[in-house]
Ligand binder design. Structure first.
Ligand SMILES: Cc1ncc(COP(=O)(O)O)c(C=O)c1O
Length: 390
C-alpha cells in the first residue's frame, strides 16, 4: 500500500511525532534559486543622507496632489469591517465609460504593478524570457526574476526603445514583451505607428504589455491607440494607473484592459480583494474630475519645458536632457559637474532626485516635474552648480 503525504495515516503519525523526522537544527526554509538573486525594488528617496526630510522629486508623484473630488471621497465614511467589492465593478464601469472600453475587459489591481506581475506570472516561468528595452521600468527585470524567467533587455536607440532591436531580441523562449510608453526613466514615447509595428512583428503567442503609467501626460490625440490595439488582438494588454496624473499613488489603484482570455488569467492570479474601499471610491471620484487630469497634464508640460530649456542653456557645461513626454526629465551630466555633485547640491537645497547607477546610468538623474516654485529652485541650484547666475 502506498502512503501519500495527504493520507490520514501520515497525518496521524505526524501529529503524534512518530515519523522519526527531525529537522536539522541549522536547516531553514530554502527559497527557489531565482528568488535569492532578486534585489528588492528600490523606491525613490525622500530623505537626505543625514535623514533630513526632502521634497520628493524622485518618485514621479503628482505635485498638484489629488482631485478635490477624490479627497472628498476619501474622507467619506465607510465601514472598515466590510471587505471591498472584489470585482471593483463600479470602478471598472466608470473606467470603461471614460475611455470607451468594455468593462468586462478590465481588471483593477493594487496599483498597475500587481497586474503586470500577474500577467508575467501567467505566461512566463523558468526557461522563458521576458523582454524589455534597455532603459525601462526597473521593476520589469524583477517581474521576470520573481517567476524564474530570464529578463532580456534589448539595446536602446538614444535611450528610447527601439522596435527593431526589440524584435531582433525575440527568441522562441520569449513569452512577454513589456513596453512602458512613455518610458521610465527616460520619458521617451513611441508613436502609435511604432507600437503597432512592434506588435505586428511579434509572434501571436507572445504577449505585448503596453504599460501606460504616464499615458495621461501624452497628447490626448495619441492616448487611444494602445486601447484599440488591445481591443483588436488576442495578445495585447494595456495597463494604466491612478498613481501619476490622477495623484492617488498612496491608494494603490491600477487597471489593465485586453482580450477576455487575458483578463481571465489576470483575474485568476490577482489578490482576492485587491483594491481597498477607499481606493475604489477615490479612483471613481477622480475619474469624474477630468479637469484635474487636464490641469496636471498642462502644468507638467509647462514646467517640463521650462526645466528642459534651463538645462539646454547649461549645454556648454555638458548637461543635457533627453526629450520626455512623461512627468520627469532624465538629465545627463557629462562635463565638469558630475551627477553625484548635483544630487548633493539638490539635497542641500531640499530636494530628492533619482540617481540611477543601478540602471546603468551613473551620469544621469531623473528629476520629477514638481510645483512651479520648486522647479525655479531646482533650476537655480543647477545654474549655481555650474557657476552661472541664477
Ligand atoms: C512605467 C511604470 N509602470 C508602472 C508603474 C507602477 O505604478 P503603480 O503600481 O503605482 O500603478 C510605475 C511606477 O512608477 C512606472 O513608472
Amino acid at each position: 500500500m502506498s502512503i501519500t503525504a495527504t493520507s490520514p495515516a501520515v497525518f496521524a503519525l505526524y501529529s503524534r511525532g512518530q515519523t522519526g523526522y527531525r529537522a536539522h537544527p541549522m536547516s531553514r526554509p530554502t527559497p527557489k534559486p531565482w528568488i535569492e538573486q532578486i534585489h528588492a525594488y528600490v523606491p525613490g528617496k525622500s530623505r537626505s543622507a543625514s535623514g533630513r526630510p526632502l521634497t520628493k522629486l524622485s518618485a514621479n508623484e503628482n505635485p498638484l496632489g489629488s482631485s478635490p473630488a477624490a479627497l472628498a471621497a476619501l474622507v467619506e465614511g465607510h465601514n472598515p469591517a466590510d471587505y471591498p467589492d472584489p470585482d471593483a465593478r463600479a470602478l471598472r464601469e466608470t473606467i470603461a465609460a471614460v475611455h470607451g472600453l468594455d468593462p468586462m475587459r478590465i481588471v483593477c489591481g493594487t496599483g498597475s504593478g500587481e497586474l503586470l506581475h500577474c500577467a508575467v506570472q501567467a505566461l512566463a516561468g523558468p526557461g522563458d524570457e521576458v523582454l524589455a528595452s534597455r532603459y525601462s521600468f526597473s521593476l520589469y527585470p524583477l517581474l521576470a526574476q520573481k517567476v524564474g524567467a530570464t529578463a532580456v533587455l534589448a539595446a536602446d536607440d538614444a535611450y528610447a526603445a527601439s522596435v527593431d532591436n526589440l524584435l531582433a531580441a525575440v527568441t522562441p523562449a520569449t513569452k512577454v514583451v513589456l513596453l512602458d510608453n512613455p518610458n521610465n526613466p527616460v520619458g521617451s514615447f513611441l508613436p502609435p505607428s511604432e507600437v503597432a509595428r512592434l506588435h505586428a512583428g511579434l509572434p501571436a503567442e507572445v504577449l505585448l504589455i503596453v504599460d501606460e503609467a504616464y499615458g495621461e501626460y501624452v497628447d490626448p490625440a495619441l492616448q487611444r491607440a494602445a486601447f484599440e490595439l488591445a481591443a483588436a488582438h488576442e495578445n495585447v494588454l494595456v495597463s494604466r494607473t491612478f498613481s501619476k496624473a490622477y495623484g492617488l499613488a498612496s491608494e494603490r489603484v491600477g487597471w489593465v484592459t485586453g482580450a477576455p482570455h487575458l483578463i481571465d488569467l489576470v483575474n485568476r492570479l490577482r489578490g482576492a480583494f485587491n483594491v481597498s474601499v477607499s481606493g475604489q471610491k477615490a479612483a471613481l471620484a477622480a475619474l469624474g474630475d477630468q479637469a484635474f487630469v487636464a490641469a496636471s497634464r498642462e502644468h507638467n508640460a509647462r514646467e517640463r519645458a521650462r526645466l528642459a530649456d534651463a538645462i539646454a542653456a547649461l549645454g556648454n557645461h555638458g548637461i543635457s536632457a533627453t526629450p520626455s513626454e512623461a512627468n520627469f526629465l532624465l538629465v545627463h551630466f557629462e562635463g565638469a559637474v558630475i551627477a553625484t555633485q548635483a544630487v548633493e547640491a539638490l539635497s542641500d537645497a531640499g530636494y530628492a532626485v533619482r540617481h540611477l547607477p543601478g540602471q546603468g546610468l551613473p551620469n544621469a538623474l531623473r528629476i520629477t516635474i514638481g510645483k512651479s516654485d520648486d522647479m525655479t529652485r531646482v533650476i537655480a541650484c543647477l545654474r549655481a552648480l555650474c557657476g552661472e547666475a541664477a
